[in-house]
Design a protein around this ligand. Structure first.
Ligand SMILES: [Cu+2]
Length: 133
């Protein structure tokens, strides 16, 4: 497991300890078990590109490593229109993207600063993390 997941584990462990001491520490968190890692790929035009799909209330990938400071294209395909994930927000990077099952949505982030940037659906129920480094 990546070193960078340790802070997430620590936070989840702390939250679990508040809620139910013991139980959450014996079993791995279901949320963590669903982390799907991805990495931005270079596109022909030199812009690093991440392609996400949204299905059954989950992003794939849900943890994406990108290069900080380099233009980043986000491409998002909504594979089922039933959930509430019809918007993709990356609040700290100014992204608010409308999604539709009819077409892949795209947006460009000029230069993501180094850091961990949460992305969510419009109601902040579906979550993922962009790690810019
Ligand atoms: Cu939602």
């Amino acid at each position: 497991m990546s070193r960078r997941l340790v802070p997430i584990l620590a936070v989840l462990a702390a939250l679990g300890a508040v809620g139910a001491v013991g139980a959450s520490l014996r079993a791995p968190s279901p949320a963590l078990a669903r982390v799907r890692e991805g990495r931005a790929a270079p596109a022909p035009d030199g812009v690093q590109t991440v392609s996400f799909s949204v299905r059954a209330g989950e992003y794939t990938p849900s943890l994406v490593r990108v290069r900080a400071g380099a233009p980043l294209r986000l491409r998002v395909t909504l594979e089922d229109g039933n959930g509430c994930a019809t918007r993709l927000l990356v609040p700290d990077l100014g992204v608010d993207l409308e999604l539709s099952p009819a077409a892949t949505a795209e947006t460009l982030v000029a230069a993501p600063p180094p850091g961990r940037w949460l992305f969510t659906c419009g109601m902040k129920m579906v979550k993922g993390v962009l790690v810019a480094e």
